[in-house]
Structure formats: C-alpha cells, structure tokens
Write a protein that binds this ligand. Structure first.
Ligand code: GLN
Length: 309
C-alpha cells in the first residue's frame, strides 16, 4: 500500500496541471462565479490522523453533499418511518428530474435526488419553524465536524431561491400527492439553506468520519447513528450518491460517495477513512470531474475499494 501523503500530493499535482476541468455549475449564478482552478483533498482516518493536499482549507458550497447529513438527522429523529416518505432505489435519472414522481405518486426514489432530499427536509421540519429547522441542520453538521464556525453562505441560498423553479416544481408536485406537509416555500427555504452550507475539505472529511467507523465518531466516541444505519447510509451513497453517474462512480472508484454541484464529493472507505475532495468543474452529469478522477486514483493506490484490492 502506498504512502498516503505522497499519494495525495501526486493527486493534487495532477489536478493542478489538468487541462479539462469540467464546467462550473451555471444554473445557480452564485456558483457560476467560483474559480475553476481550485482543487483540494482531505482524508480523515479512523485512527484520528488527517492528511490533506491542495486547497483543503478553502470553503466551498457543499450543496447536495448535505443530503447525507440530513438523511442521518431524519433517521435519528424519525427512525425507519423515513422510508415511508422516500425510497432507496437508484433513479437512473438526473438529480433534478421530475419524470418518476408522477408514476410513483410523489414518493421520490431515494433521499439523494432533489425530490428525495426535499421530502427529507419536510420530515425534519415537523414541529419546527423553517428557521429552527435550518438551525438544527447546521448544529448537527457542526456537531459532526466538532467545529462551531461552520456557516451558511446567504448569497448562495438567495441565488438558488431566485432561480429555484425546478426545485419548486418538484416540491409542488409532491405536495399535490400529499407527500409534503409543509408549505412549499418553507420547505424550499430550508433546503436551499442546507445546500448553501460552506465547508472545507478538512471539515467535510471530519464530518463524515462516523460513516467510516460503524456510526461512531472515533475522535469523540459519540455514537452518531447505529452500526446498521451507517452501513445502510453507505449503501445508499454507493447506489444513489452520484445520480445517473452512480454506476460509473462505483465502477471507477468503488466507494460509497455523495457529490454536490459545488464540486465537492464525500467518499467513505468503511473501516478506514472519510475522504472529502473538491474541484468546482463538473462532468455532464453534475459530478466533480477532477474530484471523481482523484478518488479513482486514491482508491486504486490505497487499495480501498469496497470490492477488494
Ligand atoms: N442545491 C442544488 C439543487 O437543488 C443541489 C443539487 C446538487 O448538488 N446536485 O439544484
């Protein structure tokens, strides 16, 4: 097995000279302004050590990576009742697709497509005002990261609210089936703020560590979710975490992973490490182009694929 820091340095170097970096997300104007030359990677090992390279201390919009944390939060609050609102099958469709919702009567395929994440937000909001629900999500992520400095980028949240017609369509459509309880603008307000949370690769890798360690934070010892639940969240990440690119990601990388249109990816090597990578340029499916390539290189060199070395 290769030396981790050397592998990360090599990956960051390769990223720094890459010519085709993909395209920064255009449909959220605030994200379209992000400088595409940036690249960071951070690996938090279950023994507490952290290794990083590149722009690992630069904050970025975590976007859909947040869906892993809201799923864990909702499961903690409601238990398996979550699964009556949202499924756990890959969609094989883009992250913001509406096509399956009609056939499946407003119950989204999984918690990681936009419709599913919006349904999860609706569950988290039970008994809360939108501001309280946003506060609860941020607090949960701060707790996982062991870092109270994590904030929401209000410009990104506003930018998405102003251009959120597709997500509003998904939410209205679900509500027409009775699949959402709260007013659509409240649910979307919480969802857009959750997506606009800013984290660095170092913070994100730290926050995901419980998923690499059977649901328990190895640094603080806190049991965040049960062992079985951690296994299941990882399974959903593997099958659904990259939308209609999930098969390709499993084929190339072989790790549970969750991407976001900010260019971040959280990947889990069970029993070994939580990995966060960020490069803002996306492939045509909406997953970080260099981030995926970096994880492919890392998993191969460290022999971390869940399918064997
Ligand atoms: N906030 C983004 C949206 O709802 C999240 C999508 C993503 O990261 N894939 O469109």
């Amino acid at each position: 097995m290769a030396e981790l820091q050397e592998v990360l340095d090599e990956i960051a170097f390769d990223a720094s000279v890459a010519e085709d970096r993909g395209l920064v997300a255009q449909y959220i104007p605030q994200l379209a302004k992000v400088e595409p030359s940036q690249f960071g990677i951070s690996v938090a090992l279950t023994d507490g050590r952290v290794f990083s390279a590149g722009d690992a201390a630069t904050g970025f919009s975590i976007q859909s990576v947040s869906k892993v944390f809201t799923l864990a939060l909702a499961l903690g609050k409601l238990g398996d009742a979550v699964w009556s609102s949202v499924g756990r099958e890959p969609s094989g469709n883009p992250f913001n697709s509406i096509v399956q919702l009609e056939q499946e009567k407003g119950r989204p395929r999984n918690p990681f497509i936009n419709a599913g994440a919006i349904a999860v937000v609706d569950l988290i909001m039970a008994g809360h005002q939108p501001k309280e629900a946003i506060g609860e999500i941020v607090q949960f992520i701060r707790h996982l990261t062991d870092d109270d400095s994590i904030l929401i980028d209000q410009h990104v949240a506003r930018s998405e609210t102003d251009h959120g017609d597709r997500n509003a369509s998904l939410a209205h459509f679900m509500r027409s089936f009775g699949a959402i309880d709260h007013p659509v603008d409240h649910v979307l307000g919480v969802y857009f703020h959750q997506c606009a949370i800013v984290m660095t690769c170092q913070q994100l890798a730290r926050a995901g560590l419980f998923l690499a360690n059977q649901g328990r934070d190895p640094v603080t010892g806190a049991q965040v979710v049960s062992e079985q639940r951690a296994r299941r969240i990882n399974a959903i990440m593997l099958m659904c975490g990259h939308y209609d690119g999930s098969g390709e990601f499993a084929f190339r990388v072989g790790l549970p992973g969750k991407s976001g249109v900010g260019g971040g990816i959280l990947a889990i090597a069970p029993g070994k490490a939580s990995i966060a990578v960020w490069s803002p340029g996306l492939d045509p499916v909406g997953n970080s182009k260099l981030g995926s390539a970096a994880l492919e290189q890392l998993a191969r060199q460290m022999e971390w694929s869940v399918f064997g070395a």
